[in-house]
Design a protein around this ligand. Structure first.
Ligand SMILES: [Zn+2]
Length: 290
């Protein structure tokens, strides 16, 4: 009898916990229905951006230089959530890749969008090994691709060719460039693409480049963010992802001047901390960590 009571209590506890988890999941799904969330993580010298679409799809664009991304992700995801719908590796430099290796070791990832470019580093080999071990679906990014995540859509604008197993003398300019559109809000993610690519994008016929938010290319280096490009994009807000007092001295004074001259509001992860943007499809609300 005593044992039966114990079993009954145990089953009841399980039911209560299940109900709480279900309702938490419902709450998160409903909260997700209302808005697009884009968080530019302050992860030091590098890039890492988290996107949650109104349909609840979760995407990580780059992982930054270290395991710092894990605590950042932990703050954005529910405690039981160990799944990401997509990871975009813009290019395999360590300040974009290293954190992704940490994430792949701990999270289930449905799809990795990458260029497949050759690059000889240990971290990149680890990344490829993890893809094989965990049997993760991959897709080679090329301009013209459209990835629909509910009402939010990624338009892939660069690279223009299939770079799988190819080598490049300038790995930055193999970066995946993508525009995320939800309603009337557009976010343009440049990776580390340089001005040559900006010129190609302007000249190409990929559609409307104009975007409300620009993730400035290559951490604000002077090799990116030409005035001509900025006049095409006309961003209301621009985000520079760089480390505090980084050794490259990013962002460059020229880039800051270019941004100032088009009157865009500049956010810097080194000075502002995490930069969180919430769009309802019309307006974008911006919150900074510092
Ligand atoms: Zn970089």
């Amino acid at each position: 009898m005593f044992l039966i009571e114990k079993i009954k209590k145990f089953i009841f506890s399980i039911l209560v916990i299940t109900a709480i988890l279900t309702w938490t999941a419902v709450y998160y799904a409903e909260a997700g229905n209302k808005a697009l969330k884009v968080v530019f993580f302050d992860i030091g010298q590098g890039d890492s951006i988290f996107v949650e679409t109104p349909s609840g799809h979760q995407v990580l664009i780059d992982g930054g230089p270290s395991s710092t991304v894990l605590s950042k992700l932990g703050r954005e995801l529910a405690f039981y959530d160990r799944d990401l719908d997509m990871i975009i590796l813009t290019h395999p430099d360590s300040d974009h890749l290293n954190g992704i290796v940490e994430v792949l070791e701990r999270y289930n990832v449905d799809l990795i969008l990458w260029t497949g470019i050759e690059h000889t580093t240990i971290a990149y080999q680890e990344f490829k090994n993890l893809i094989n071990q965990k049997n993760i679906k991959t897709k080679i990014a090329m301009s013209g691709q459209i990835i629909e995540l509910g009402q939010a859509v990624f338009y892939i604008l660069w690279p223009s060719d299939n770079l799988e197993n190819r080598t490049s003398y300038n790995i930055n300019s193999t970066s995946i460039v993508a525009q995320l559109v939800y309603g009337e809000s557009e976010f343009l993610f440049m990776g580390d693409a340089e001005s040559r690519i900006e010129t190609e994008l302007i000249a190409s016929d990929f559609g409307n480049l104009q975007s409300d938010v620009l993730k400035v290319g290559h951490h604000g280096s002077k090799t990116s963010t030409s005035l001509e490009f900025l006049k095409t994009i006309r961003p209301k807000a621009s985000v520079i992802s760089c480390g505090l007092k980084n050794k490259y001295k990013h962002p460059h004074e020229n880039t800051l001047q270019n941004l100032q001259s088009i009157n865009t509001k500049v956010f810097r992860t080194d000075l502002n901390g995490d930069v969180k943007m919430i769009s309802n499809g019309e307006n974008i609300h911006i919150k900074t960590g510092k």
